[in-house]
Design a protein around this ligand. Structure first.
Ligand code: HEC
Length: 500
């Protein structure tokens, strides 16, 4: 029952298998066991069982230049971390995954089954052997750390022009910087990814296409009211002359309101999210012809030492065969309990900008959404989106902050039938995944998708920084957010690739 690592000879010592002590088999078979550790042949091995498990469920983060502290791409790496791996998987802290297994199947599910956890435990308890044969082929990843599943480097990388300096301590607000769009045509992309340039110091980055409103320009100014003076800030254009034509007066009023300027998502970095890749045959359209700038919504966090961060957007162009456009529907909040209204956005250019950007982003940040009352453990906000055309639902996304508790996505068909698409339990601000459906779900025109979101502002929520406070809705992490959407394609556009 025993053999030496790297040799085939049998050994003779008694061996504990599944808690049973077995008698030694044949004393005369004792050879060659002096220096090498022994393991039970029933013990799972890295080469046969564990390597692939780690590649499939851990390597997206545990590889060089990525968010996790160590790489798990080789036997040597995995062996060094064997005890910690056991502890984390048994505690179900790793890999992070929050979908209730009862509802929906997801192609990007990285959770481990009970049997897989048991296999890892047996492997570690059995001395974390490498085993015979060859190690499984490690997945190919971009050397720079990009996350396209093919391992390809992006076709086009746009780096933010300056390094941002993050102070060693203190709260850093959420703010916007602006750069000109580096292309002026529509580009069709298969995937985009925003990399922060500094994982530890970055809370999030959201990039959107943007139109600089008339009367404003990219220039030098405070990054936020009272913040450091830097380049790439939106400032008033001193040379701007307001059109005098009376007939245009409505237009110029509109121009005053930056909320009118349209914008569209480009890509985001939040912990746990790698490249946003469309399924095969699909693409996203990035309308360089309709926008002239990128707004970088940046939020940094202190690490205890001064840091620099220079984010970049990577783009993988769509192939010729991609015909179907992947679209996003934001599920806007429709109800919340309580009475009070949130404070209006602050006056002045920053307030208007913030309100305008949120409205454009379709982030569901309705300024009339009631705040979460102090000590409220089950505050419910319901968001709903109407399916206007026969659609395939591809993917579901939810974003909240420290009070986010659980989220349930319900599809209601036109005949009233309901189906739970996803239940996110024990939502964690640290990990914000999109949940990609293993099989797209057909939602006929007239269906709705509802997300019932619960927030815990009580003391029972151990991450709650201030249960005694009312919680408002904003991008600051001490406030909370309701940002949920689905990605879908139109059935009529979803032609077989070969037909084109
Ligand atoms: C989505 C990204 C992600 C995935 C997938 C992931 N991890 Fe992690 N892991 C992290 C990050 C980030 C940390 C460090 C912060 C933390 O502990 O939460 C970490 C920490 C750990 C640690 C603790 C390291 C230490 O310093 O003590 C272990 C052990 C670990 N992961 C094992 C695993 C294993 C095993 C898997 C797969 C079965 C896995 N992780 C999957 C991101 C990930």
């Amino acid at each position: 029952m025993l053999r030496t690592i790297g040799a085939t000879a049998l050994t003779v010592t008694a061996v504990v298998v599944m808690g049973l002590t077995l008698p030694a088999a044949s004393p005369s078979a004792a050879v060659d066991t002096v220096d090498v550790p022994t393991y039970n042949v029933d013990t799972p091995t890295y080469n046969e069982h564990i390597g692939q498990l780690l590649f499939d469920n851990c390597a997206s983060c545990h590889r060089p230049n990525q968010i996790a502290p160590m790489s798990l791409l080789s036997y040597q790496d995995a062996r060094k971390w064997a005890r910690a791996i056991k502890a984390k998987v048994v505690a179900r802290e790793m890999p992070p995954w929050f979908a209730d297994p009862e509802f929906g199947e997801f192609s990007n599910d990285i959770s481990l089954s009970d049997e897989e956890i048991a296999t890892i435990v047996e492997w570690v308890d059995g001395g974390a052997p490498e085993g015979d044969g060859a190690a499984p082929q490690a997945p190919r990843f971009s050397e720079a750390g990009w996350s396209h599943p093919s391992g390809r480097e992006p076709d086009f990388i746009y780096e933010f022009p300056i390094e941002w300096q993050v102070d060693a301590d203190g709260e850093s607000p959420n703010f916007n910087l602006f750069t000109e769009l580096p292309f002026d045509e529509e580009i069709r992309v298969e995937a985009t990814e925003v990399r922060p340039g500094n994982y530890a110091a970055t809370h999030h980055i959201v990039t959107r296409l943007f139109n600089i409103p008339p009367g404003m320009m990219i220039g030098t100014g405070p990054a936020w009211p009272g913040g450091p003076v830097v380049d790439y800030v939106l400032v008033e254009d001193p040379d701007y002359v307001e059109p005098e034509d009376d007939e245009d007066s409505e237009d110029s009023e509109d121009a005053e309101d930056v909320g009118e300027a349209s914008s569209a998502g480009f890509g985001a970095y939040i912990p746990g999210v790698g490249a946003a890749v469309t399924p095969q045959g699909q693409m996203r359209s990035i309308r360089g012809d309709a926008f002239n700038a990128i707004v970088w919504n940046l939020h940094y966090q202190a690490t205890g030492q001064p840091e620099t961060a220079r984010p970049a957007i990577g783009v993988w162009f769509a192939t010729e065969e991609a015909t179907t456009v992947s679209r996003t529907l934001s599920l806007q909040e429709t109800t919340s309990e309580g009475e009070q209204l949130v404070a209006p956005p602050p006056a002045g250019i920053f307030g208007r900008l913030a309100a305008g950007l949120r409205a454009q982003a379709g982030q569901g940040l309705n300024p009339l959404l009631d705040p979460i009352p102090p000590n409220e453990g089950n505050w419910t906000v319901t968001g709903i989106g109407a399916i206007q055309n026969d659609s395939y639902i591809q993917s579901l996304f939810v974003h909240a902050h420290l009070r986010g508790k659980d989220f349930t996505f319900v599809l209601t068909y036109p005949d009233g039938r309901e189906e739970i698409l996803l239940r996110v339990e024990n939502y964690s601000f640290d990990w914000q995944f999109s949940y990609d459906l293993a099989e797209p779900i057909m939602a006929p025109a007239g269906s709705t998708v509802k997300v019932i979101s619960r927030y815990d502002n009580s003391r029972a929520n151990r991450r709650n920084p201030a249960p005694h406070r009312e919680v408002y809705w904003s991008e600051q992490s001490w406030d909370d957010m309701f940002l949920t959407n689905i990605t879908y394609t139109l059935v009529e556009e979803d032609r077989p690739i070969a037909q084109d």
